[in-house]
Design a protein around this ligand. Structure first.
Ligand SMILES: [Fe+2]
Length: 337
């Protein structure tokens, strides 16, 4: 447990118009109340089940499109040498994945847009260019330890700032891997940083990220927070406040875990600088981190290296060009509403 220290190294950020929207008590009378209190919720059937399972098929077709010998029906090929480079046993960020057709189709699903519109009170939204996960069960070649408890919000921000989403594309039970959340932590992180300070960096890059040690988590356990593995059906949209501590786990059962990460926010939050960054990321088909409107963090070459060298199969481009429809260009933040 860290020692309480006076507040210092606090970065003053401008007030955020939406910082109060998930304050407790919350009186929406729907899943937003659970999102406020627990820090996470599930919007059931945001995508029709059959379509969600079809998106899972597309994800597997994407894996099989690489000349690496991966075959979904042959478990002996469920290894790094037969898969595009990924992290955490199945998170794909490179190879243009954030701009694959099925990933963009998911972002355009009415149920997903409606959920974010409800949170923000606006359906004029921009989306992150997040990636997705295809976690195969029974992997024996993944060395990663797996625990990386974090929040996707800077400890310098106050109040609500962003809501993250997972479009869940397969049956996802207790043994199927997926999202772990520290229930109730969203309403406590600010208090935690007020008590223990905001100095030092604890991020792999983006401003809106902070990783917690085991010792730091004890304070949250003492306040009654508990780790929960979120379970969901195909087509469910899992939402969590970016102040909620979370990480993911790999499947330990028989099923694969397939999902994409989607995060939307009002387009009117974009500054001119944000717009330029998003435009560049869209045209170059780069990924971004979750917050779609500010402190945009985009990398030119992801994933990590294969055998110490950039993977020549990673052109950074999706298999098909992203269609320049008005809906996509608006969601991308390239065209104004
Ligand atoms: Fe995260």
């Amino acid at each position: 447990m860290p020692t309480a220290i006076p507040i210092h190294d606090e970065v003053q950020l401008p007030p955020f118009k939406y910082s109060h929207i998930l304050d407790v008590p919350s009186e929406y009378g729907d899943w937003r109340d659970e999102l406020a209190v627990k820090g996470w919720t599930i919007v059931k059937g945001a995508v029709p089940r059959e379509r969600a399972l079809q998106y899972r098929e597309e994800a597997f077709k994407w894996l099989e499109s690489f000349p690496l010998g991966f075959d979904r029906n042959d478990t002996s090929t469920w290894k790094n040498e037969h898969l595009p480079v990924h992290m955490k046993g199945g998170m794909f960020h490179g190879y243009g994945f954030p701009h694959e057709s099925f990933v963009w189709d998911l972002r355009q699903e009415d149920g997903i847009i409606d959920a974010f519109a409800k949170i923000w009170g606006s359906d004029e939204l921009v989306t992150s260019f997040d990636a997705g996960s295809i976690m195969l069960p029974k992997r024996t070649d993944v060395a990663d330890a797996g625990k990386w408890e974090h929040i996707d919000q800077s400890r310098h921000r106050r109040g609500f700032y962003c809501c993250q989403g997972i479009a869940n594309l397969n049956e996802n039970g207790p043994d199927d891997g997926g999202l772990m959340v520290l229930t109730g932590s969203s309403q406590l992180v600010e208090k935690y940083f007020d008590k223990f300070g905001r100095s030092g960096d604890r991020t792999w890059g983006p401003f809106d990220w902070y990783g917690f040690s085991d010792a730091e988590q004890q304070w949250f356990f003492d306040q009654g927070c508990e780790w929960v593995k979120v379970c969901a059906d195909p087509g469910d949209l899992i939402l969590w406040d970016s102040r909620t501590m979370h990480y993911n786990v790999r499947p330990t059962g028989e099923r694969d875990r397939v999902c994409t990460y989607i995060c939307m926010a009002p387009a009117k939050l974009l500054s001119d600088e944000d717009k330029l960054l998003r435009k560049e990321a869209f045209h170059l088909e780069r990924g971004t981190t979750h917050v779609p409107f500010a402190a945009i963090y985009s990398r030119d070459h992801e994933p990590k290296l294969r055998n110490g060298k950039p993977d020549p199969l990673d052109t950074g481009r999706s298999r098909q060009p992203v269609p320049r429809t008005d809906k996509i260009l608006k969601l991308a933040g390239v065209l104004s509403y």
